[in-house]
Design a protein around this ligand. Structure first.
Ligand SMILES: C[S@@+](CC[C@H](N)C(=O)[O-])C[C@H]1O[C@@H](n2cnc3c(N)ncnc32)[C@H](O)[C@@H]1O
Length: 387
């Protein structure tokens, strides 16, 4: 069988493990590298070495396919009874928790972060992102259907996304959610779906919420959805986690090591990009070599592994860009100029909300009461009413 080892800098090394062999992992290979066996029917192995152990090189002239059969493997693990003091604090879950990220430190830094890791990214991925939105979430539809009929208008910071709306004959305009160019008290209702989690400080998230309330007439209602830190709620996994094929009974191919799962998640062919009102599983999400990976390396934010639980509230979520559906305007790819990578990876900044956090933020707003607060589709949601 071929096991893949992956270094945090993105290097992947496939290693042939022969039948009846014992693999012992110590030091760097145990702590720094992740490892996993990708579910597939054939392994690519070194023709000259056959089934002997060793690293598979990229010498294409010396590669051949080996059909997989039934594999039985055992993992023996030494359980640590004391706090972890391994020499790899940057990738050690328990040591990482002790040094929470304090980034960003000011409004200016937050706005720069959003510019780089939210606005530029949505411009780049607009076409692909839009093509992954299909069916609106039922409770959002329910909110909209309960409104008296009237005119509807959408807005977004992304020029390319707004253009897509206009091409489809929807009314939409470009604006920042912190300063919507609409008269105060002029809207019967507003919705903000999967937007406020892109603001990088608590103050900016509250300000975006207050801006929604400003638009409402007295009695008007706003519906807000933000991505939840808790992707498992009432003992039920969110669709986001469920679309990770690892948790869908492919266990014959994997063992339960978290690091194994993480690597496999990155390698699954149908692990989708995440989030928002509606999504279909569409792409895989390798983390390495992102289009803004230079900035990622410099930033203090952890990079999330798609379709896994969150370990940090502030994080970068990879988007694996596929195809060129027109509106993926590669205007100024960050570091990808001249790159022939057919599927560049972009990273979007998210602040995922903990239970009660959205509600607490809304309680600080003036002229508003909270009508409902609930969990839906991996999001925390509130319905507010202007008083
Ligand atoms: C996850 S998408 C959700 C899109 C859409 N609301 C939906 O439910 O499918 C996040 C959207 O927020 C927009 N966005 C992020 N920051 C924004 C800001 N400061 N002002 C306006 N829109 C913003 C992005 O351009 C992007 O379209």
């Amino acid at each position: 069988i071929v096991m893949d080892f992956k270094h945090p800098d993105g290097v992947t090394v496939p290693v042939m493990l022969p039948r009846r062999s014992l693999l012992l992992m110590t030091g760097e290979s145990r702590y720094l590298w992740t490892h996993g066996i990708t579910p597939r029917k054939f392994d690519t192995i070194q023709a000259s070495k056959g089934h002997k152990s060793g690293i598979i090189t990229s010498d294409v002239g010396d590669l051949t396919l080996s059909k997989r059969g039934i594999r039985t493997s055992f993992t023996f693990r030494k359980v640590r009874q004391t706090p972890c003091n391994c020499s790899y604090p940057l990738v050690c879950d328990s040591q990482m928790k002790e040094t929470p990220s304090s980034f960003p430190e000011s409004n200016k830094e937050a706005s720069q972060l959003e510019q780089e890791y939210v606005h530029r990214v949505y411009e780049e991925i607009a076409g692909h992102f839009s093509s992954t939105r299909h069916t609106p979430w039922p409770r959002v539809v329910e909110f909209l259907k309960a409104l008296p009929s009237g005119s509807l208008i959408g807005c977004d910071r992304s020029q390319n996304l707004v253009d897509i709306c206009r091409e489809r004959q929807f009314q939409a305009f470009i604006c920042d959610a912190l300063a919507v160019p609409v008269r105060s008290g002029s809207c019967d209702a507003c919705i903000s779906i999967a937007v406020i989690h892109h603001f990088a400080t608590a103050e900016r998230r509250v300000a975006a919420t207050q801006e929604l309330v400003r638009l409402l007439r007295p009695g008007g209602k706003a519906l807000i959805y933000v991505w939840a830190m808790e992707q498992e709620y009432n003992k039920k996994k969110s669709k986001y986690l469920r679309e990770n094929r690892i948790s869908q009974g492919k266990k014959g191919e994997i063992n339960n090591d978290t690091s194994v799962q993480e690597l496999l998640v990155e390698q699954m062919p149908v692990v989708g990009n995440q989030d928002s009102a509606c999504s279909v599983p569409s792409t895989n999400d390798f983390q390495e070599g992102g289009c803004n990976s230079r900035e990622v390396t410099n930033s203090k934010l952890p990079i999330h592994t798609n379709r896994t639980s969150f370990h940090s509230q502030d994080l970068l979520v990879p988007w694996h860009l596929q195809g060129n559906p027109g509106k993926n305007k590669l205007v100024e790819p960050f570091g990808a100029v001249g790159s022939h990578d057919p599927s560049p990876v972009f990273h979007r900044y998210y602040h995922v909300f903990c239970e009660g956090e959205l509600e607490a933020a809304c309680q600080t707003l003036s002229n508003v009461r909270i009508l409902q607060s609930y969990y839906d589709q991996g999001n925390w949601c509130v319905i507010l009413q202007r008083v």
